[in-house]
Design a protein around this ligand. Structure first.
Ligand code: ADP
Ligand code: MG
Length: 256
């Protein structure tokens, strides 16, 4: 069961979000008026065709990029009201990211990779917190290993531990299983699901794979930068969910 807490404010709220990349003739409207909440303790999958605005949505929601207009509320803060320094602090302290490419530093151990963001910020994570983060992704016994000695799935789990070490309010993942084979990807997805269920970790994941999205609570479908559809899933019913998602995606294609 999910640990949704309707009494808590959504850690991420998007209101009338618009994002135009570039200017003049080369301007591209990537997001065209998105209003959406990501409720606490839930896993949301953001889907849609290539170029529909998924990554832009994630980057704006996470404060990595600023919208052209509209509002992003992150962990109770209106991002536009913060200056760059405070936005950076908010990202560092309250937000976790995982990308398709694991972005680990090859010369550092798994534990050192987990500690790295805090070190960049001139701080030290307590060793117990680093160990707990690696333990949560099932890699307690690999803390001293360098990424080159780990499998792809293990490397992505280190990246996940790094993202979670500061106990962020929200975890954003952009195609987290995109570089993994199916079985390894499934393992990482089950892990994401467990982190949501056991730790109430609000998670927003971009994926184009219906089978990956099937672990989510809710799927939102983007098309041409707009919210085209959304679908509530049934916990644990992976095969049914996959079919339902693929069906909605097909309908979206037909409608175009
Ligand atoms: P998705 O992740 O769904 O594939 P993106 O958010 O990456 O979509 O892109 C949405 C649209 O915005 C696309 O047309 C893409 O080409 C454009 N776009 C994305 N990032 C940039 C950028 N930095 N500069 C110019 N155009 C961009
Ligand atoms: Mg993308």
């Amino acid at each position: 069961m999910t640990t949704t807490r309707p009494d808590l404010p959504a850690p991420v709220r998007l209101h009338a979000l618009r994002k135009v990349h570039g200017t003049g003739e080369s301007a591209v409207t990537a997001l065209d008026g998105i209003t959406l909440d990501f409720p606490p303790g839930t896993l949301t999958a953001v889907m849609g065709p290539s170029g529909s605005g998924k990554s832009t949505l994630l980057h704006c929601a996470a404060g990595l990029d600023l919208p052209t207009s509209g509002r992003v509320e992150l962990a109770g803060h209106d991002l536009a009201a913060l200056d760059e320094r405070r936005r950076t602090e908010l990202r560092r302290d309250r937000i976790g990211f995982v990308f398709q490419a694991f972005n680990l530093v090859d010369s550092l151990t798994a534990a050192q990779n987990v500690e790295l963001p805090a070190r960049f910020a001139g701080r030290r994570l307590p060793a117990a917190q680093v160990a707990a983060a690696l333990d949560a992704v099932g890699l307690a016994d690999r803390a001293g290993h360098r990424p080159g000695r780990l499998s792809g799935g293990q490397q992505q789990r280190v990246a996940l531990a790094r993202a979670l070490a500061t106990r962020p309010a929200v975890l954003f993942a952009d195609e987290p299983t995109g570089a993994l084979d199916t079985a390894t990807g499934r393992h990482v997805l089950r892990l994401l699901r467990t982190l949501v269920d056991d730790h109430g970790r609000t998670t927003v994941m971009v994926t184009h794979d219906p089978a990956a999205a099937a672990v989510a609570d809710t799927v939102v479908l983007l098309k041409d930068g707009r919210l085209a559809d959304s679908l509530a899933l049934r916990p644990g019913r992976l095969a049914d969910n996959t079919t339902a998602i693929a069906d909605r995606m097909a309908r979206l294609e037909v409608a175009s």
